[in-house]
Every structure is written in C-alpha cells, then in structure tokens.
Design a protein around this ligand. Structure first.
Ligand code: ZN
Ligand code: ZN
Length: 371
C-alpha cells in the first residue's frame, strides 16, 4: 500500500526560526535574508520555487510571486509559521516589501554559498543601501543537521520504500537486464510505494563500470561474474533516502569475494563507531583502518559519508578532511568502498540516526553478497 503522509508524526516547523534568531549574533548579523530555497522550506514549510525570507529579531517576512500566493498561505499556515506573507509580481515590488522591515537592521546576512555576484550587487546598491551586508555560511544548514522526530520519520519512510523496492526486484539481476532497465524497475517500485521521485539519479554500476564510484545506470547488460553496485534512494515529503548495496551475480573470483568481505567489515566498523560526541574523522578512520589493514587504502577513493535530509548531501560531511562532531539527531551515511578496474567495485552504504548510545540504522535491506 502506498505511504500515507498523514500517518507520520508532524514536524516542528514553527520552532526553527526562533532557533535561527539565536544563531544570528554568532553569524555577525542582526538579520538574515534567506535565499536558498531548501533553507526557506526548512524554516517555513514552503515547497515552491520562488521565495525570499527576511528574518529579523522581531519580524519574519516571506515574499513570493503571484504564482504562489495561495500555496504560501496554505503551507506556512499548516506549519503555524507566523510570517507576514507578501506577494511581489516584480523584483522591484519584492524589494519594496523587504525594505521597510530591513530598515531596522544595521547588518544583514546573505547566504554566501547561494547568492550570485549580480544579486549581491543589487542587494547592496538598490535593495539595502543603508545596511552592511555580511557574507554568512551554513547558518541554517547547521540547524538542519539535527532532525526532529517528524523528520526522522520521513527519512525512515523513504529508506523503507527503498528497502522494499530492492527486495521486490533484486532477483531480476540474474535475468540479464541492462543497468538502466534495472534502475527503472527500482524507481518504478519506489514511485508505486509512494515516493515523490528517486532521491537522485539511480546508480547501477556493473562489472568494470563499478570501478567508477559515481557511474550512472547505462546500457551495459548485467552478466555472470559481475559485481553490481546499486546506490539509490526515495524522496518522501522532501526528505531523501540513500543506500548502497553491492550484489554478486554468479560466483565471485577470490579477489571479488575478498573485496566484499573487507568492505562489509569496514562498513560495520564505521557504523559501530557512530555515536553522539564522536568526530567525523573518527568514523572515517574506523572504516579506513579496516581497508588499510587489507592493503587497499589507495582504493578507497572517497570520504566515508555525509548528512542526509532535505538535501541528498548536507552537513555534516563524514570524512578525514572534515571537522565536525556528531550529535544526537544527526542523520549520516556510512559508505566505504573499494574499486579495482579489473574486478569492479564494492560499496555498502547505510543511513543511520545518531543517538547518545550509538546509532539506529534506517536502511535495512539485507547485506548478503549473492543475488
Ligand atoms: Zn548513496
Ligand atoms: Zn551517500
């Protein structure tokens, strides 16, 4: 039966802007102009494609265009977000709606990763000439790292849909489909179960293609002797799932069997290392140590994982080159892999919720090697 969103616990959308206000002083601004649409969605529940949100210490002004007048009222109302909603048909009208509340601000933060050079010049010269504009980075993204119960329930539902889809179509791997055909079957099953979409372009990488970590599904036919890396997910109410399983079609060579064994042990060590208070470097090292021990450190050519939520890749990054400490409510992936041109690739990925004692795994498809 298809997923019914109404059965999931609600999210605390209205609690997010107050938390953002507490973070503004550290970001060096009195107010923040939120232009990143994923961040707007997080703070207000708005799912449309055009919006600006001005957060000041005591006002919240949401500006969109005429297409979204009714939808904005409905979606912000559903989350109990106390914003003044203004509709501007042109860029000048939108500016006019923001200039009055912006007057009280000496410094206005912009989202530096999102605003273009041209926009920044327009904001500085035309929209907010009285204020100092401050480049901020990751202010809302920091808040987004910690998921509430409603968000975890959506991620869990998305992961469950992906688990079920793989269980339904996995046996088809032995019937000689092309990578694209198998990807389509997975996506079809996910949509049928209530996913809005796949959460990214499904990766089905068979045989030699498996040695490229982000190969997409192509025209190659899956055959005996292939390791098949399947990396995919479902989108539920804006939340992404992310899981990789590697399946052996036919009998593995000694090297393929060893690759599988090493990656499975590495991935288990990584998941076991996850808990609140641990650094992302420590989780990465737990995975990497097992692969190093096997003599294949050079073949693990990417970081261990990433946060997952409204974006498929979000903070915190789980890597030897990142600095972050895991906290209760973070949701991250653990996905080591080994890639050998002549033998293919093996990657295993789970999405887990960080808890004080360890973690809870949301992706539960079996990790057995055989098709
Ligand atoms: Zn993935
Ligand atoms: Zn991933």
């Amino acid at each position: 039966m298809a997923l019914d969103l109404a059965t999931l616990p609600t999210m605390d959308v209205a609690g997010r802007v107050p938390r953002l206000r507490e973070a503004l002083a550290d970001a060096g601004c009195d107010g923040l102009l939120v232009t990143n649409l994923t961040n707007v969605r997080y703070l207000t529940g708005f799912t449309g494609s055009a919006a600006l949100l001005l957060v000041t210490p005591d006002e919240l002004v949401f500006v969109t265009d005429g297409r979204y007048r009714d939808q904005a009222a409905l979606e912000l109302g559903a989350g109990g977000v106390p914003a003044a909603i203004a509709v501007g048909r042109t860029s000048d009208e939108q500016r006019d709606h923001l200039q009055r509340p912006a007057k009280a601000l000496r410094t206005i933060g912009l989202e530096a990763e999102d605003v273009t050079w041209a926009q920044q010049q327009r904001f500085a010269d035309d929209w907010f000439p009285h204020a100092d504009l401050v480049a901020t980075g990751g202010v809302v993204e920091q808040l987004r790292q910690v998921k509430d119960a409603g968000e975890v329930a959506r991620l869990e539902a998305a992961c469950g849909i992906a688990d079920d889809a793989l269980a339904t179509v996995r046996h088809r791997l032995t019937e000689g489909p092309t990578e694209s055909e198998f990807a389509l079957e997975l996506e079809w099953e996910m949509r049928r179960a209530g996913a809005e979409a796949p959460s990214f372009d499904t990766i089905v990488a068979s045989g030699p293609n498996g040695a490229r970590p982000h190969h997409r599904a192509g025209t190659r036919r899956i055959e005996e002797g292939d390791l098949v890396v399947i990396d995919f997910g479902a989108l539920v109410d804006g939340y992404h799932s992310d899981m990789t399983r590697t399946v052996m079609v036919g009998e593995p060579s000694a090297t393929q069997a060893r690759m599988y064994e090493v990656v499975q042990a590495s991935q288990a060590a990584g998941v076991a290392a996850v808990r609140a208070g641990v650094t992302v470097k420590d989780v990465d090292e737990a995975c990497r140590a097992v692969i190093r021990e096997a003599g294949w450190e050079d073949l693990f050519i990417h970081g261990t994982g990433h946060g997952v939520g409204l974006d498929i890749h979000e903070a915190p990054r789980v890597s030897f080159s990142a600095d972050a400490t895991l906290a209760d409510g973070h949701v991250v992936t653990v996905e080591p892999g080994v890639y050998l041109a002549e033998h293919g690739g093996v990657r295993i990925e789970d999405t887990v919720v960080v808890t004080p004692e360890g973690s809870r795994t949301l992706t539960r498809a079996p990790k057995g090697r055989d098709a």
